[in-house]
Write a protein that binds this ligand. Sequence first.
Ligand code: 5GP
Length: 198
Amino acid sequence: MRKGMLIVISAPSGTGKSTICRKLLQKRRDLKYSVSCTTRQPRPGEKDRKHYFFLSEKEFKQRIHKNEFLEWAVVHDHYYGTPRHFIEGSLKDGWNILLAIDVQGAQSIHEKMPDSVLIFVTPPSLESLKERLAGRREAVDSAAKRLANSKGELSAAKNYDYLVVNDELEKAVSQIDAILTAESLRVERQPASDLAPA
Ligand code: 5GP
């Protein structure tokens, strides 16, 4: 069986990454989403185990200690981490896994799994980010922190394999869909039996 691919999507807060991921998951039956753990508070409408596993800082640190994360990072003052067990099991079963994680997480994943696919999504402008962040029901200082961090995040785009501008949602989704199709057809990802058919 073909082993699954790990696909990492990073984008500054407010770029529309969650919507892109949701649409990709509707479009592609070969894709599963990796639900991360976090110590931040749920936003209105967010559900435990669906959007994140919401943990206390104590629980999160215990999991770090038990080596339960494939990667983890502190982002905007909160802990975020990718559960290792889910990823390893799903890849072995042939699933392609989508990770929506920050630039530090993407770098760790790239170091541990160099055949992962790294996609960076940018907003059409910083102005559009400001508007989206202002529209969120979050504290003003949190939105300001996210905007300030986004400038650093944008400078990390050069370390990714692909850059997609989210100026039009459907176009961005189709472009990422095309990237995944092309990546899954790379010769080095094919099982030996397909390379030398009997
Ligand atoms: P938010 O709080 O807006 O959901 O996410 C804040 C940032 O943390 C986003 O850049 C998001 O991609 C990132 N993030 C979410 N889950 C993880 C994770 O498991 N690991 C890392 N490194 N970053 C994550």
